[in-house]
Ligand binder design. Structure first.
Ligand code: NAP
Length: 317
């Protein structure tokens, strides 16, 4: 470990953090320069033990407990901070957790803090979409990080490709045809992101620290329209593709379905507006991806590659 800079990764057992760790452990440019510390609430669970076996220094901390965070960050040059809104779906809690992480990064003297942020949709939409709490809360934390004045870069993960196969894109009534259903127009652009690529983006951020301090960094391979998502499926899986389609789910049907799944009203509003964002303002407010891509050295996973290996599509090939 000696001589290596330490990067402390929160959410180490999760999708984003896990993606970062696998890159930092295997990348020829990073593995000899960086030591990886991974944070979890439970160091004894299997996923934590697996990280330790791979050479990660696994430490326990809870983002609700600032003291534990300062300890976890001691001696870190860089840190990746992420919160999981969906665990409690509580905006105030997510903001507090994000502020705890930022305060701890400041106290521990972290030289490059990377916050998993998102844009404030309420502001972006000028109040038209005021309920996308998990975006607005991360943006509020970003404002706080800037106020604290810690050296930071803001990584904005795109739309998880894993939301699609088997979830938003599945055999559907009346004929059981493979249907990609969203309450947006087929032409809506979706910034496609594979969380397993997170390390490729974070590599670009740490290798270009000076250029990227204070900047937003967009985490997506490409904008792909909802219709193009279906078209790629048709090419990959010609048999199932014969009847595959995009379906613009009417608002009332979308809300009714979510309620029938037990979602409370505020989550129904949140999801509906989150999807409308894609069509009406753009997930990133219409920003192109090239400014971020120019720093990324490694090939990013395309929707075609992702779909070809996606488990829910496995029997169609
Ligand atoms: N789905 C999308 O399209 C999308 C797009 C952009 C952004 N996001 C955002 O992505 C975030 C989730 O990231 P992810 O997918 O990487 O999460 P994930 O795979 O669900 O894993 C959550 C991670 O957070 C850690 N964690 C949760 N609560 C913690 C606590 N109190 N203290 C310490 N660690 C804690 C967990 O660690 P342990 O359980 O091991 O303690 C785990 O490693 C959400 O906030 C969501 O809004 C999602």
């Amino acid at each position: 470990m000696s001589g290596k800079k330490v990067i402390t990764v929160f959410g180490a057992t999760g999708a984003q953090g896990g993606g970062i760790i696998s890159t930092f452990l295997s990348d020829p440019k990073l593995k000899n320069q960086w030591a990886v510390r991974g944070v979890t609430r439970d160091v004894s669970k299997d996923s934590s033990k697996k990280l330790a076996e791979q050479g990660v220094e696994v430490v326990a901390a809870d983002i609700n407990d600032k003291t534990s965070l300062v300890k976890a960050l001691a001696g870190s040059y860089a840190a990746y901070g992420v919160t999981n809104y969906w665990e409690k779906a509580d905006m105030k809690l997510e903001i507090q957790q994000g502020k705890n992480l930022a305060d701890a990064a400041k106290e521990a003297g972290v030289q490059h803090y990377i916050w998993s942020s998102l844009y404030n949709v309420n502001k972006l939409s000028k109040g038209k979409l005021p309920h996308v709490y998990h975006f607005d809360s991360k943006a509020e934390v970003e404002d706080y990080v800037r106020e604290l004045g810690i050296p930071a870069t803001f990584f904005l993960p795109g739309f998880y490709m894993s939301n699609i196969p088997g979830g938003m894109f599945k055999p559907s009534p009346p004929d059981d045809a493979w249907t990609f259903g969203l309450p947006v127009a087929a032409s809506s652009p979706i910034p496609m992101y594979d969380p397993r690529d997170t390390g490729k983006y974070i590599k670009a951020i740490v290798l270009n620290r000076e250029a990227l301090l204070g900047k937003h960094f967009l985490g997506a391979t490409a904008y792909v329209t909802a219709q193009e998502i279906v078209d790629t499926f048709k090419t990959l899986f010609p048999e199932a593709g014969k009847t595959a389609r995009f379906f613009q789910v009417p608002e009332e049907m979308f809300r009714g379905f979510m309620k029938s799944q037990g979602s409370p009203d505020y989550i129904v509003d949140e999801f509906y507006e989150n999807m409308r964002l894609l069509e009406e303002f753009g997930y990133y407010g219409g920003e192109p991806l090239d400014e971020s891509h120019k720093y990324v050295e490694d090939p990013l996973t395309t929707w075609e590659e992702y779909a070809a290996g996606a488990e829910p599509f496995a029997k169609l090939g």
